[in-house]
Design a protein around this ligand. Structure first.
Ligand SMILES: NC(=O)c1ccc[n+]([C@@H]2O[C@H](COP(=O)([O-])OP(=O)(O)OC[C@H]3O[C@@H](n4cnc5c(N)ncnc54)[C@H](OP(=O)(O)O)[C@@H]3O)[C@@H](O)[C@H]2O)c1
Length: 245
């Protein structure tokens, strides 16, 4: 992939991994369409750099996705990279959670339905532009789940397998997947040990992105995959006890 001169849409650009990706892509001289729900943070981002185009959008809502696509078609039809990064994680016991149905719906909508819909809606645009790519952010927990977040882990397993199968079908745009380990962001605030920074993740990803390495195992995910090959049961028992917790 060519790393400069792109127009890149990043979902969840207002925080954590998405914000670190935004910062890195700016340094590499790209334009960024920054998505999130937090209007205040989007405004602050846009004031920092005129190459940041803020767009407030709740990706779990179909009408907001439609407005986004109209905005892109009318103003930014040259968008050539889509980064599906936005995500949420709820930790709860399935048999004891009082808000169970709402949480199931929200996690599935944000983590898997919206990214797949965005790809579908943006595909004609991506196909029409050079150096086009789709980048999906999954998780090590999509390979071996933790006990506390069954729906989250299910959505990440889904986006992992979806990315692989979509890559079989598409050569242009190229389909990438970032598989992060535990990263120090709002999502993991107050829990977990041995976190890497979002900037470390982004540096590793960019090296792979440049070389067209499509499935990007970040940090300890490389070890997780190695253990998984030797003993899937051992990998599962390590991740069951903790993983992102
Ligand atoms: N942190 C980790 O250890 C870790 C590990 C593996 C995978 N991941 C994955 O990495 C991705 C980024 O996570 P993070 O750790 O950077 O989390 P984060 O700091 O909590 O950021 C999540 C981002 O998603 C956006 N978002 C959430 N719901 C949204 C919605 N309905 N519509 C639009 N945007 C929405 C948030 O923006 P607004 O609040 O402005 O809407 C925010 O910018 C996620 O897919 C996550 O599953 C994280």
């Amino acid at each position: 992939m060519r790393l400069q001169g792109n127009k890149i849409l990043i979902t969840g650009a207002t925080s954590g991994i998405g914000e670190a990706l935004l910062n890195k892509f700016l340094l590499l001289d790209n334009q960024i369409i920054a998505l999130g729900r937090n209007a205040e943070k989007l405004k602050n981002l846009a004031e920092r750099d005129k190459r940041i185009i803020p767009f407030s959008c709740d990706i779990s809502k179909a009408d907001e996705l439609d407005k986004l696509i109209l905005f892109l078609e009318q103003n930014h039809a040259d968008t050539n990279i889509l980064v599906n990064n936005a995500g949420i994680q709820y930790n709860y016991h399935f048999a004891e959670e009082p808000q169970l149905l709402g949480k199931i719906e929200q996690e599935i909508n944000v983590n898997i339905l919206a990214p797949i819909k965005l790809i579908a809606l943006m595909l004609p645009m991506l196909k029409a532009n050079k150096n086009a790519a789709i980048v999906n952010v999954s998780s090590g927990l999509g390979l071996s789940p933790k006990k506390q977040a069954p729906v989250y882990c299910g959505t990440k397993a889904g986006i992992h397998i979806f990315s692989k199968a979509l890559r079989y079908q598409l050569k242009h745009p190229k389909v990438f997947e970032i598989i992060p380990p535990l990263v120090d962001t709002q999502m993991t605030a107050g829990r977990g040990k041995g976190k890497i920074t979002p900037e470390q993740l982004v540096d590793e990803f960019i090296t792979a992105f440049r070389k067209d390495k499509f499935e990007v195992n970040i940090g300890k995910v490389k070890l997780l995959k190695f253990i998984n090959r030797l003993s899937p049961a051992l990998a599962d028992s390590i991740m069951k006890k903790g993983g992102e917790k």
